[in-house]
Design a protein around this ligand. Sequence first.
Ligand code: HEC
Ligand code: HEC
Length: 433
Amino acid sequence: MKVLIGLSLLAISFFAFASVLPEAPSGFDNKSNGLVDDATHTADQENFDEIEQVSDGLGPLYNAQSCRECHQNPTSGGSSQVSELRVGHLSPGGKFQNPEIPIARGAEIIKGRTLVNDRAICPNAAFPSTEIQERVPDSENIRTFRVSLNVLGDGFVEAVPDQTFVDLAKEQCKKNHKKICGQVLYVPILEAPGQTGVGRFGWKDQHASLLSFSADAYLNEMGITSRLQPDEVTNLCNTVSEPNDKPGPDGLSDIDRFARFMRATQTPARDSQVAKTPKARQGAELFDKVGCDICHVQTLATASAGTKINGGTFSIPPALAEKQFHPYGDFLLHDVGTGDGFVVAMLEHYGKNMYQINWKNLSIPEYNNTANKIRTAPLWGVRLHSRLMHDGNSVTLLDAILRHGGEAAHVIKKFEKLKPAEKEALLEFLRSL
Ligand code: HEC
Ligand code: HEC
């Protein structure tokens, strides 16, 4: 059986085999999924929770002082109500353009990123008259908010082979007569310059690697530079030497610990009381029947132990290998009518030397094609979220469902045709996730 599973992972579609694989552990008890011992996991969590100070390299521009500030519900690594501001504008030719945001009374213009940092470390005692707060000029008239995302269980998502997503996109498109066709996006792996992987993290699938995401978040949310993101967004008011995040005695930097923390988390657990009710079970059937599961895919499986991912830099450890898990998402990009016109900002996410590197499979037209697409929101843990959809603008599950159009339009029509009790059952199922 082992050999069979191994082969299926490499060769044929292995969805059919997922049911024989062991379940990834789930829970909100802050225990490791087996990747590291609990003491190491607790220490890594302390890093994720740590409040950074100006002397640690915080800022000059930033949004918050700790990963946990935006990822904490119901525990470190969960999502939260925190949202971020992104802006841009259209070129005369109608293409999305990154914003130009003047700071320090126009002394410097911040370019190459769509994120607007809400906070800055100065004016302060050392720089009493330097104001560098980013404030949006009227010319940047495309605007959106993006709510934070859950990272619990993401080690399993990272360990899904690229080919799974490629196959899933193809099968989905074929089965649904080209009405629903998720897009796969190849994105840079920062720790393996030149290599790319299938993007699966972030609302725009902008990263494939949790280490890359850690470096991105550390710089863009907290203003802390690392070996993978060595350049500050601005050097005004900057006093700490670069990179801010240096390796400790064990050779690991903070970004390595963040990545290990996320990789070692368990997946979000279901509400077992609600899940076993007849109503929620009926709802689960209706969810599949109307076609929600076409994008909100129930089960995915990880590759075998020793498989190299992230451009060959990470070897899948036994704790993450050959497990099935239930994200209720396909991690593909879709146009469900909610797109906000944004294209991933290259320099922001992949660093200032992004264009000096020749990235395998990277396609700018494919990126441009994502302007009105959003990654299918994985529904695991959705019962715990107060604000839904990428912009947090939907506050009930029903509102979120009814906002779907575009590729999902015919599925939502079927949902609308359900009897009131059936709709209620489907919602009850969502409240069990
Ligand atoms: C100010 C709030 C904020 C802080 C601080 C923050 N994040 Fe996030 N995080 C977000 C938001 C918002 C998103 C969604 C971003 C997007 O795709 O536009 C996100 C998404 C993520 C994701 C993608 C999860 C997925 O499954 O798609 C990861 C991983 C992540 N953050 C890790 C971190 C780490 C590690 C830190 C600390 C270094 C951190 N974040 C700090 C707000 C924050
Ligand atoms: C064509 C693919 C597709 C189909 C079909 C689909 N969804 Fe979605 N779903 C998405 C995408 C993409 C998003 C994120 C949209 C956004 O944030 O703007 C999403 C978001 C959601 C959310 C919000 C979750 C969150 O955490 O914010 C819920 C709830 C949801 N879908 C439920 C459903 C239900 C129920 C159905 C069936 C009636 C369904 N979806 C059908 C793609 C799909």
